[in-house]
Design a protein. Structure first.
Length: 281
């Protein structure tokens, strides 16, 4: 598997964050667009297999294939840059600024959304034979997901909003572990295995992923889901984005950086301290 020790792969995380801040606008948009499109296709695949088998676990087992594909190709998700780019600022890399980080986030968001929306439109055409018939079983399932994960939270008011935010945090805690997983090995097999485990967990637990939702909810609206664009934005996408940011950065980025790069001084054992005092005296 050619495993890298934590101090090595966390240094790679900081390097990657710095590189993304300075990436050309064109390349940032292309990579984000492709990431959003591939993840959307993976979501379609997972939902299709869930409908066909009747088992959500099957969908969760298969969904990580899309995540592995897009990261092996060097594409970027919003959930990943939320974790990596701030580390370059904290590490005081020359030229890395808050403005540069926000620019990267905005471009990746736009690219991810455009890619996911493209697939949403294409799959809606597939599910309805060019809008000539009612959506098939998979299309109806996606429309139902849109309703359940917007109006379902809205029904609980502030408690629903808190639940949505926490599920967003938990999601990117796991997803960002998948991002890191791509860095802890130098072999394709090792990368895929390391990425697969946390991604499977987040999908099986139905946590909220902002980029997956960029496909599910526009797709649900196109296919006749009984919710509005404002329901989608207020009762899913915006709180999910904020939860993804906090969860990924707090639980993965900052913890790994703090303990493996800014490591605290080692404790000195009592006998060593006593020997030093006797030598001094």
């Amino acid at each position: 598997m050619a495993y890298l020790v934590p101090s090595e792969f966390v240094a790679k995380m900081v390097d990657a964050g710095e590189a993304k801040v300075f990436m050309a606008t064109r390349d940032t948009l292309i990579r984000a667009y492709m990431a959003g499109a591939i993840l959307a296709l993976a979501a379609v695949f997972a939902v299709s297999m869930t409908v066909q088998t009747g088992s959500p676990l099957v969908g969760a087992l298969l969904f990580p294939v899309g995540f592995a594909m897009l990261y092996l190709m060097g594409f970027d998700l919003l959930t990943g840059v939320f974790v990596l780019t701030p580390l370059a600022l904290i590490d005081k890399r020359p030229g890395v600024t808050v403005k540069g980080i926000l620019r990267n986030w905005g471009l990746v968001f736009a690219g991810n959304f455009a890619g996911a929306l493209t697939v949403a439109v294409m799959m809606a055409i597939v599910f309805t034979y060019g809008f000539s018939v009612e959506p098939n079983d998979v299309g109806q399932k996606i429309a139902g997901i849109g309703e359940a994960r917007t109006l379902g939270y809205k029904d609980y008011g502030a408690a629903g909003m808190l639940t949505l935010f926490i599920r967003g945090m938990l999601c990117n805690w796991m997803v960002s572990m998948g991002v890191v997983g791509a860095m802890i090995s130098t072999t394709v097999t090792g990368k895929v295995i390391s990425m697969r485990m946390p991604i499977m967990l987040f999908f099986a637990m139905a946590f909220e992923h902002s980029v997956v939702n960029m496909f599910l909810f526009p797709s649900g609206l196109i296919l006749g889901g009984n919710f509005s664009v404002m329901d989608y934005l207020i009762w899913n996408e915006i709180p999910t984005v904020l939860g993804n940011l906090v969860g990924g950065l707090a639980f993965t980025g900052l913890t790994l950086y703090t303990t493996h790069i800014r490591t605290a001084p080692k404790r000195v054992s009592y006998p060593v301290k006593a020997d030093a005092e006797r030598a001094y005296n």
